[in-house]
Design a binder for this molecule. Structure first.
Ligand code: HEM
Length: 490
């Protein structure tokens, strides 16, 4: 019994029994109370109550699309990763873009970094590269991340994002000066996900067949050109069309205007790291291009929209710990902290079988583990043995680590990162400021002054501390900002 008059399929309960009435619930007599025997009604209400899963603790709001990564240069001297092994080789990808601080229903056109998370479905397993549209970050130790994010989210008492909290934290975290300068500049509000670059931000390890190590940073340069919104324009757009970025991406792909990015890497031979003028594993610093020029290695194109946003975007799960042979972590403490945080978030948010969902599971190979069961386990291993060692032809280890070993020395302890010759928290923020043309400097100072003016009138100390960081980056920057803030706080 699958069709009714007109050939339409019959509505059923979750377990396939035909539903007699989906418009009138069952009552004791006309006008009487409901009956508990109305399975259709209670199943429907109960399922509805469970439609949401916890939103991501950060980057809750996002949009995704599938596409292709194509290798355009020979990088086999640097890495043995199979998906990078020959020019012209193509790998399927899924990319999720996001804002950081807003919750799931927030607007897209806001001043905030944008996430740029890529899942490469390689033949050696999925490789996830989870970066932002900024080459740097606010902090350099993972223990500060929850505190930092608390200041970006809603205050526990007022229920709103509070300028006092934001600026108090930044003013007490001098390492944030570079990223804050970046964020309040023109690129702080991209016009769309298509019109921005992506960066690994972190340094990662590549290793070649001989086991030699190279440190790399990835850059994804938009082929659509950089386009930003000015703050007044963004304010209107955020109100009129909160889904502006998401819609733009989906509609461009529907029109066949596939967005693409030219992929570049900066490569540092392992031997350079110890004596480089900046700590190469400090996430608040870039490697100036004159030191390590970016080399083009590929092209990323997005060409297929997801069919179901919940299944494929909301339940997508990216982890910086998902490496493939030839690629590994660097000693960057932030990255090391992230290696734990994402898998843990997935197990909470989506469940222990998250990596077996269609969007997350390997597409170009298969997962072969002795892990079993758990909520929503689909029985894929059938009756095969669930222990190792075994003599039943179960899967075996390779004896070859994905990445090369790195040396360590010294005593355990809560250490700060090693300082290199030119390391301080302000030098690169000053360089960035001095690079800006005069009009951009003015816009930056204006944006910062408006934001700082929002700090409570009786907390000038918070404002002073924050301005002092910009003064230390560049005295002109500091004094102009001080004047701008004074004018607005009179
Ligand atoms: C120690 C520092 C950090 C911690 C503890 C952390 C933690 C997290 C967590 C728990 C999530 C949610 C994951 C999920 O539920 O699926 C997340 C999402 C994300 N994070 Fe981080 N994060 C850190 C730093 C960074 C940095 C430095 C970047 C960029 C370079 C970054 C980029 C992202 C992106 C793009 C997403 C969204 C991924 C997606 O689209 O699903 N995070 N982060």
């Amino acid at each position: 019994m699958t069709t009714q008059d007109g050939g339409r399929p019959l509505l059923t309960t979750e377990t396939g029994a035909p539903v007699a009435d989906n418009q009138n619930s069952e009552t004791a007599g006309r006008g009487g109370p409901l009956l508990v025997q109305d399975q259709q009604l209670f199943e429907k209400l109960a399922r509805f109550n469970r439609e949401r899963i916890p939103e991501r603790i950060v980057h809750a709001r996002g949009a995704g699309a599938y596409g292709t990564f194509t290798v355009t240069a020979d990088v086999t001297t640097y890495t043995r990763a199979a998906f990078l092994s020959e020019i012209g080789k193509q790998t399927e990808v899924f990319v999720r873009f996001s804002t950081v601080a807003g919750s799931l229903g927030s607007a897209d056109a806001v001043r905030d970094p944008r996430g740029f998370a890529i899942k490469f479905y390689t033949e050696e397993g999925n490789y996830d590269l989870i970066g932002n549209n900024t080459p740097i970050f606010f902090i350099k130790d993972p223990s500060k991340f929850p505190d930092f994010i608390h200041t970006q989210k809603r205050d526990p008492h007022t229920g709103s994002q509070e300028p006092d909290n934001v600026w108090d934290f930044w003013g007490l975290s001098p390492e944030s000066t570079h990223q804050v300068t970046w964020l309040f500049g023109d690129r702080g509000i991209p016009a769309s996900y298509r019109h921005m670059n992506g960066y690994s931000s972190h340094t990662y390890q590549w290793n070649n067949p001989a086991g030699e190590v190279f440190w790399v940073k990835y850059h994804f340069k938009t082929d659509q050109g950089i386009r930003n919104l000015d703050p007044a324009e963004a304010e209107i757009l955020a109100g009129k069309d909160p889904d502006s970025h998401q819609r733009d991406l989906r509609e461009a792909i529907e029109r066949g205007e596939y967005p693409s990015w030219t992929v570049q890497v900066q490569i540092m031979p392992a031997a350079d790291a110890a004596t480089y003028r900046f700590n190469p594993f400090d996430l608040t610093k870039v490697w100036p291009h004159e030191d390590y020029p970016p080399i083009e290695i590929g092209r990323l194109e997005l060409n297929r929209n997801p069919r179901n946003i919940f299944a494929e975007v909301e339940q997508s799960a990216f982890s910086p710990a998902h490496f493939v042979p030839g690629i590994g972590p660097s000693p960057d403490k932030m990255l090391q902290g992230r290696l734990f945080a994402y898998g843990d978030a997935h197990r909470y948010r989506v469940g222990i079988n998250a990596d077996q969902l269609p969007v997350n599971r390997p597409h170009a190979t298969e997962a072969r583990t002795y892990g079993r069961d758990g909520v929503l386990y689909d029985g894929r291993h059938s009756g095969s043995k669930n222990y190792e060692p075994n003599s039943f032809d179960g899967p075996v280890q390779t004896d070859r680590p994905l990445w090369a070993a790195t040396g360590v020395s010294g005593l355990t302890g809560n250490h700060t990162a090693p300082a290199h010759a030119q390391d301080d928290d302000f030098v690169q923020a000053g360089d960035l400021y001095r690079l800006m043309p005069q009009e951009e400097k003015e816009r930056l100072i204006n944006n910062l002054a408006i934001a700082l003016a929002g700090v409570s009138a009786d907390r000038d100390d918070i404002v002073e501390r924050a301005i002092d960081h910009f003064r230390r980056a560049d005295s002109d920057f500091g004094s102009r900002l001080e004047a701008g803030v004074k004018e607005r706080r009179r």
